[in-house]
Structure formats: structure tokens, C-alpha cells
Design a protein around this ligand. Structure first.
Ligand code: S3P
Length: 432
């Protein structure tokens, strides 16, 4: 039995203060993988402190990549790249809870001269992998799975470029195929149904690769060598989302978030929160290795409602749990549609959100592809399940700030998957 911890969240009056957020999870994974297959050393500052990105580092080490933590810090990493050819691991790679690790790294190991087994925890073992198995198989890899789920056994080969139209909008799949394309013979074309986060493309360019993008199509020529970089990973906007939504709950909130990722393919949340009534201004905007970074000044305002569907849903996929958690407190409520991907995340997030909102006394309509959450509701504190899903644990600690009475979050330790210091940071920002 694994040990389970819990936290108690008390209602708040306000959110005030300044916070710097740990490095973005999506970018950290990509930098660690690309630094591992680059020529020469890379230095990565503000690398994500989350367990998921540690899983990626563990896998890279098992594939022969040398890296170490530097400056006595848990978020500074120096990696010595192995070049495009990695070493055969001595056992199965442990991807932990991380869908990003198993999916994106599949693209790299599929182009190696050895067989790699990749496995993970119980939640990861339920997640769909055919979305990477199908295109990698078309490129020549031989992949065995458990009915399309992990563990995966990938027999690496000399990959052949493909022209692939992705049926699911997924940046993990796109990145997997770009990585495989880098190792393949010829030019790989990938077409995505909707524009998803482009950190894979931006990171490949930062490491020196050339890519072409036209509309929703991106192309990469195989055999390009990468060179190591020195980078500071921008703060994770999906982690900042919890504090942004907390600020939205109180008209008197005043919050400053420094060094935050502002990549337009990730920042749709800011538009939605402004629409809802938050006032946000951005200062000190700069570009680091192709990623926009800025300081955000946030002031609470109104709490109007929103309707989120289509491309917005894909752009906001990781922020939906926390938007749903504040939805009952909005004036008109929030409706989420086209979100069936949420059912195959770390938990079935549609079901987890509905169960927890109902436990707090809210009315919710659950659909196969989304949720309709009426506004103008009062919630009460209760016992909340994390469902071993980091974003659910953190989202409901935000709902708890406006509830009547205390809320106990069971299994709160799972926040460490993306943000180990989350509850301490939250406590430092709320006024009771
Ligand atoms: C991610 C893409 C999204 C997101 C995940 C991180 C990425 O997943 O939910 O947290 O870094 O590319 P999908 O690719 O499954 O949409």
C-alpha cells in the first residue's frame, strides 16, 4: 500500500503576494530529451521539480545519458548529450505517472538500434498508446503493447519518414513524431487537426534543428544533429493557473507572477480569465530560446461565466480542472464541451471533477465530452478525493478557498507530480 497524505484547506478572504513558479513541465521534458540526444553539454535552469520530469531524467540515464544536478539545487541540471545514438537500457524504463515521458520518448527509442521496454504506474498503464503506436509502426518500428496500453516493447529500427495526419489533437503525439522524424530517413510531415502547444517545435529549433510549418502542418528532415543549449525554463503556466483562478475568486486579489511562460499556444487561459473579469497586465516580456516569458500583474474583478469548446478546449486542456473548480462561483457558470480527452488523463477528469463538485454540494451536468456547471452556487467544505491526479488535488484546493468550512484533500501528495511545493506556495498567498 502506498502512503497517502492529506491537507486541510481553509476558506480565504483574499489572494495577495508575489510568486515564481517552477519550470514548465512540457518544456522540461522536451529539453531533457533533446539535451540527451544533442552533441555536447546542456545546462537547464529552473527545470521542473515535478516527479514527471524526474521520470524523464531517470529514463534518459537508463539510456546512457549522463546528467547531474548542479549548484546544490534541485532545479539546475547539466546534461552531457550522447548524440543521436543512445545506449541499450539494462531493464524496463520506468515512466512513473508520466504520459509525456512514455509517448514522447517512444519517438526517440523507436529510432535506436536496440529494443526498449517502457512501463509506468497503474494510472499510466490505463492510458491509450495506440496514438503513438500506429504512426511509429508506419515508420517501421515494431511495437508490442497490452491492447494499446503500457507496458510498451519497442524494437528500434532505421525509421522511414512518413506523411501522417493525426486523428487526435495531441502535442505529445506530435512531439513523439517530430523526434522520430529527426531520426528517420527522409522528411516527415505531420498534420494536426488543431493547433496544439508548439514546445516540441520551439525546443527542436533551440537545439539547432530546422523545421517548416505551414498552417497545421509541420515538417522535419531526418538526420539533423542537435547542439546543447544553456536555458532557463519559464515558469509553468498550467501550475500558475491555480493561483490565477484563486485570484479570480476575490475582487480584492493582487498577485504578481514572475518569469511565467507566455507562449501563445499555452496562454488561452489568460484570455478566458480576462473575459471572466480578472485584470491582467504583462511586463518584462522577453523571449528565451523561442519561448515568450513575462511577469504578470493580476487584480481580481468580476466573475462572469464562459463557454469553452472546440479549439479552446484543446488549448486549455490542462487548465479545465481548475476552471471547473471555480465555475460554481461564477455568475453565469461555465460549460465545457469537446473535452472527451479529459477522460483519458491521469484520472477520468470529467468524472473526478463531477464527483468532487457534487461532494461539495454543487449542481453539475456531466456529459460524455464535458461538463455544464451552473453559476451562482455556494459550496461547502468536505472530504475530497484526489483520484491520484495532481491537477484534481490542486484544483479542489482552489474550490475550497470560497467554500463554507474546511476542505480535506485526500491523497494530496500527488501534487508532487507537477508541483511539489504547491500547498506551501498557496498558503503563502492566501489571506484567511
Ligand atoms: C502535453 C500535452 C497534453 C497535456 C499534457 C502535456 C505536452 O497532452 O495534457 O499535460 O507536453 O505535450 P496530450 O498530448 O495528450 O493532449
Amino acid at each position: 500500500m502506498k502512503s497517502e497524505s492529506q491537507v486541510i484547506v481553509r476558506p480565504a478572504r483574499n489572494v495577495r503576494g508575489t510568486v515564481s513558479i517552477p519550470g514548465d513541465k512540457s518544456i522540461s521534458h522536451r529539453y531533457a530529451m533533446l539535451a540527451g540526444i544533442a552533441d555536447g553539454p546542456s545546462r537547464l535552469e529552473n527545470y521542473s521539480t515535478g516527479a514527471d520530469c524526474a521520470s524523464t531524467l531517470g529514463c534518459m540515464r537508463a539510456l546512457g545519458v549522463k546528467w547531474e544536478r548542479k549548484d546544490g539545487a534541485d532545479n539546475v541540471i547539466e546534461v552531457l548529450g550522447s548524440g543521436l545514438s543512445l545506449a541499450a537500457p539494462s531493464g524496463a524504463l520506468d515512466c512513473g505517472n508520466s504520459g509525456s515521458t512514455i509517448r514522447m520518448l517512444s519517438g526517440i527509442v523507436a529510432g535506436q538500434k536496440f529494443t526498449t521496454e517502457m512501463a509506468g504506474d497503474e494510472s499510466l498503464s490505463r492510458r491509450p498508446m495506440e496514438r503513438v503506436i500506429t504512426p511509429l509502426t508506419a515508420m517501421g518500428a515494431n511495437i508490442a503493447s497490452q491492447n494499446g496500453r503500457p507496458p510498451l516493447r519497442i524494437a528500434g529500427t532505421n525509421l522511414k519518414a512518413v506523411h501522417y495526419r493525426m486523428p487526435v489533437a495531441s502535442a505529445q503525439v506530435k512531439t513523439c513524431l517530430l523526434f522520430a522524424g529527426l531520426l528517420a530517413e527522409g522528411e516527415t510531415w505531420i498534420e494536426e487537426p488543431l493547433r496544439t502547444r508548439d514546445h516540441g517545435e520551439v525546443a527542436l529549433r533551440a537545439f539547432g534543428a530546422e523545421l517548416q510549418r505551414k498552417g497545421n502542418e509541420v515538417r522535419i528532415r531526418g538526420g539533423q544533429r542537435l547542439r546543447g543549449i544553456e536555458a532557463r525554463v519559464p515558469g509553468d503556466l498550467s501550475s500558475a493557473a491555480f493561483f490565477l483562478c484563486a485570484a479570480a475568486l476575490f475582487p480584492g486579489s493582487q498577485l504578481t507572477i514572475t518569469n511565467l511562460l507566455m507562449n501563445p499556444t499555452r496562454a488561452r487561459l489568460l484570455d478566458i480569465l480576462v473575459q471572466i473579469g480578472l485584470r491582467i497586465s504583462v511586463t518584462q516580456l522577453e523571449e528565451i530560446h523561442g519561448e515568450l516569458v513575462g511577469t504578470l500583474q493580476i487584480e481580481g474583478g468580476g466573475l462572469k461565466g464562459a463557454a469553452i469548446a472546440g479549439a479552446d478546449t484543446a488549448a486549455l486542456i490542462d487548465e479545465i480542472p481548475v476552471l471547473a473548480a471555480i465555475a460554481p462561483y461564477t455568475e453565469q457558470g461555465i460549460e465545457f464541451r469537446d473535452a472527451k480527452e479529459l477522460r483519458v488523463k491521469e484520472s477520468d477528469r470529467i468524472a473526478s471533477i463531477a464527483a468532487n463538485l457534487r461532494a461539495m454540494g454543487a449542481e453539475v451536468e456531466e456529459h460524455q465530452d464535458g461538463l455544464k456547471i451552473p453559476g451562482g452556487q455556494s459550496l461547502h467544505g468536505t472530504e475530497i478525493e484526489s483520484f491520484d491526479d495532481h491537477r484534481i488535488a490542486m484544483a479542489f484546493s482552489i474550490a475550497a478557498l470560497r467554500a463554507q468550512g474546511e476542505t480535506l484533500i485526500r491523497g494530496s501528495e500527488c501534487a508532487a507530480i507537477s508541483y511539489p511545493a504547491f500547498f506551501t506556495a498557496l498558503e503563502s498567498l492566501v489571506e484567511h
